[in-house]
Ligand binder design. Sequence first.
Ligand SMILES: *Cc1c(COP(=O)(O)O)cnc(C)c1O
Length: 498
Amino acid sequence: MLYTSTRDNTIRVTSSQAIAQGISSDGGLFVPMQLPQLTLQQLQELCALDYIGRAKAILPLFLTDFAPERLAACVDMAYGSNFAHADTAPLVQLDEQQSVLELWHGPTLAFKDMALQLLPHLLTAAAQKTAPDKQIVILVATSGDTGKAALEGFRDVENTKILVFYPHEGVSDMQKLQMVTQEGQNVGVCAVSGNFDDAQTGVKQIFTDPAVGERLAANNMQFSSANSINWGRLVPQIIYYVSAYCDMLNARSVRLGDKVNFVVPTGNFGNILAGYYAKCMGLPVGKLICASNANCVLTEFIETGVYNRKRDFFTTISPSMDILISSNLERLLYAMSGDDAAQVNAWMASLQQTGQYTVSPALREQLADTFAAGYVNDAETRAQIAHTHEKYGYVSDPHTAVAFAVYGDYVNETGDTTPSVIVSTASPYKFPASVLQALQPQAEISADPFEQLQMLQRVTKTSCPVQLTALREKKVRFSGVCTKDSMRAEVFSLLGLA
Ligand SMILES: *Cc1c(COP(=O)(O)O)cnc(C)c1O
């Protein structure tokens, strides 16, 4: 199977080229030329397998130029022992209509582990085919979760190095601790004085600086990208939609062929797009419900067909969804416009020049057939955390609570009783202060993150994942702070080229 670009569909690359390259040279995103199909019979057969078995069956359908044994080895390294739950991505049934798909049992307690535990292995396999003997250098600018997930994914992966820059004042205490104590021989972490944009701009400049590229090449190194537009981050996410459906079948919540809705807390549109691809492959999906916080650019787009990023930006208690430009939407536009790369180019040019674009009525109709959308503010999110805990004894993080709340609104408006899966993207212990404020609005909450973890354990009678409590004892390895202009020197120094 070959891949093309959303902005030039005369391009043809293999899956390993798509993953090694990350983004197409025309600025477009790589997409498969056609999607593999899953029959109900195949779905039935997948029910007998565990998550790892399902992953080994699905990945080769997309990554056709990798040896199946090599892919199987990648899957074992990614999901074999790195997840704290035997089911990798367990489905928890709350009542007849609602189940929760928990995607946060990986090393960093957020759904990004589902892809970032696998991507480094796919990337090294791909690079061996496209550029043998070169060392891959991953540069990441992070506002929090992605940096840690990428560090854990790449740590001690052969022939790779990873360098993460985070804004000095822009991440939570816990997120900072997670990064500066990172273990591994091939990792580097540095704070940048300034905000996320400073870190991001600095990384982009280094990435495209020809002098840096030459210096790396002379040392047998090359840059690659681990961000969420890489196809290697999207394809692992398709697996858990299929797996969740199998678990619904095994639990007899649905019969083979019955439809299931998925409710997805959405930022960059990567997670929900994987659900769309699963539906296009033949998975019986009813509605894909796109849940947003106060940054409701996607709700408006799905409801009106107008994408408009010229709006106020809100900092919310679900920070991983504080996004105004959802990069992966480009792949949906390409698919729904009938692979019309010229049209995608026009929309993206309009977004860049005017801050908005409007899709055709026909595309709007397709959007409405496939998606529903809604958003809630922080107060509604906190109320939902309290409500879900009271009603089901289930503790959810703020991102997952946004999905629960939007789903409640959707059911009220539509009366749809289709069995539905709430996609849960983070452990509540990643956001202890917000969850405690929701559950105990009157209580005094300590400013110390470790005290907050203790208190959350007491209040919810659940146990805190050991990755977080263990941080207290870990040695700080990376205390450096650089400026935007000294990032380049920092990269050379961290790579041992200074
Ligand atoms: C990244 C992230 C999201 C958003 O996912 P997208 O694929 O960007 O839509 C939601 N919740 C959490 C906890 C995340 O880390």
